[in-house]
Ligand binder design. Structure first.
Ligand SMILES: Cc1ncc(COP(=O)(O)O)c(C=O)c1O
Length: 326
């Protein structure tokens, strides 16, 4: 992508995970992007598309409903191009992300949930209403904007194919809007149709049910949030045709896996990244990975955004150490 440093993020082999799961595990580290997450990619595509189509004039305001990462990408890119940003985040958004968004210059509104456009209290409904009632605003609408999938089809997918020299056999990533898995999945399957495209979502999210049955469950229940992934509606950016399986994991096992990975590697993984790790542990037998495979884990962001949620026991320990060793 152009002037800004978005895309071309590195892929790193992880010896610890390769040994643990008896295969070749590589990690695509998306926190090297400008706004430190994968969501800079759709943010850039959606903004460029709106400007080119004349849907917003210079100085206008981009509006988005976001768990934080898309919002940050939108805010930074908008600012650098002479626009404003108004971001509707759900109250489950981490304090770190809200602080980063505010510092980047976003105007923020905190909403009760991100249940989709049919819920009056959701980030999506409030964002759409705001854009509809304010002049020179544009709702980028990542859940339905075709540029979301396109960004990953045009950039993330080709990067992964090139960086693995076409050896990739499995792609694993968390699913929220579905943009990443749908775009990357489509590109990779066009190169080699046998590549396994596996999504991960929290238990209680309905995307697995939809993938298996083509319907939504009769009863939709609240579930334990893993920031960035899991939905109780079917986003337009979710293309089931590109996905082989969706695995479900729990919040507690995700947190446990984030801490185990940190203890072995010294690296703080993001919340949804840790969910991918939890799926490898829980579904290890079913996945049938072996040393001939090249497994790519998609890490959309970094654990520094979730210190208070994922790694708080370390913070407590540190405070103790500071107290006892002045
Ligand atoms: C941390 C994190 N992980 C995963 C996702 C899901 O990615 P996608 O929306 O492309 O499905 C998001 C989306 O916002 C995210 O912020």
């Amino acid at each position: 992508m152009t002037t800004t440093s978005i895309g071309n993020t590195p892929i790193r082999r992880c010896d610890f995970l390769s040994t643990l799961f008896n295969t070749n595990v590589f990690i695509k580290e998306e926190f090297h992007n400008l706004g430190m997450s994968a969501k800079d990619r759709p943010a850039y595509f959606m903004i460029q598309d709106a400007i080119k189509a004349g849907r917003i004039q210079p100085g206008g305001t981009f509006v988005e409903a976001s768990s934080g990462n898309t919002g940050l990408g939108i805010t930074i890119i908008a600012k650098q191009m002479g626009y404003q940003a108004k971001i509707f985040v759900s109250k489950s958004c981490s304090q770190e992300k809200i602080a980063i968004l505010t510092n980047a210059g976003a105007e923020i509104e905190i909403c009760d949930n991100s249940n989709g456009l049919h819920d009056f209290h959701s980030t999506q409904f409030r964002a759409q209403s705001f854009a509809a009632t304010h002049a020179n605003t544009y709702f980028t609408n990542q859940y339905y904007n075709t540029q979301n999938i396109r960004a990953h089809y045009k950039t993330t997918g080709p990067e992964i194919w090139e960086q693995t020299q076409g050896k990739i056999t499995h792609f694993l990533c968390g699913v929220g809007t579905g943009g990443t898995i749908s775009g990357v999945g489509r590109f990779l399957k066009e190169q080699q149709k046998n590549i396994c495209i596996w999504g991960i979502e929290p238990e209680g999210s309905i995307l697995r049910h939809f993938l298996l049955s083509g319907t939504v469950p009769n009863e939709i229940k609240p579930f334990d949030a893993i920031e960035g992934i899991g939905r109780n509606f079917i986003p337009g950016s979710f293309d089931p045709q590109q996905i082989d399986t969706i695995f479900q994991v729990g919040k507690a096992e995700t947190i446990a896996m984030a801490r185990a990975y940190r203890d072995e590697t010294g690296i703080l993984s993001g919340f949804s990244s840790a969910a991918v790790l939890a799926s490898l542990k829980r579904y290890n037998k079913e996945m049938q990975l072996n040393p001939s495979h090249t497994v790519l884990l998609f890490f959309p962001d970094h654990g520094s955004r979730y210190v208070s949620k994922l790694y708080a026991e370390t913070a407590d320990k540190q405070r103790e150490t500071v107290k006892t060793h002045p």
